[in-house]
Design a protein. Structure first.
Length: 140
């Protein structure tokens, strides 16, 4: 009987190792939605960009003023430089899930696509878009 319990635990251990390995290979640094915003963050700090509603992408998730998405599961694609990400997002009075794909276009540029439909006139935050790595910029 104990042998079966041990065998049942092996797949869970292997999956845990695969998930950790995928997370280690995930994006590094701070990303913003334009090279101009990166230049501004280098000159000043990220704080004015965040306060103006700019989105900041890191391996932990997406941050902005009164808005954030925590990445809760990251899976590396095996055939392309990409990841599938499950996120829990919050804005005042509202919590919702999102599923994202992140494609590495270059070592410093990522394309992020969200399954969440956002009406441009609704004022909702749209996670999708191109993000640029900002060398020398750190989260506050």
């Amino acid at each position: 009987m104990h042998k079966w319990r041990l065998l049942a635990a092996v797949p869970a251990l292997v999956l845990g190792v695969v998930h950790i390995a995928a997370a280690e290979d995930f994006i590094k640094g701070v990303y913003l939605q334009s090279e101009e915003l990166c230049a501004q963050a280098k000159k000043e700090t990220l704080q004015p960009i965040i306060e103006a509603g700019g989105l900041v992408l890191t391996a932990r998730g997406i941050e902005s003023v009164e808005y954030n998405c925590e990445f809760v599961n990251v899976t590396r694609a095996s055939r392309s430089p990409a990841w599938a990400v499950t996120a829990l997002c919050q804005e005042p009075g509202h919590l919702f899930p999102d599923v994202l794909s992140i494609l590495e276009l270059s070592p410093t540029q990522l394309d992020l696509v969200s399954v969440r439909t956002v009406d441009a006139e609704s004022g909702q935050t749209n996670n999708a878009g191109t993000y640029y790595q900002c060398d020398g910029v750190t989260m506050p």
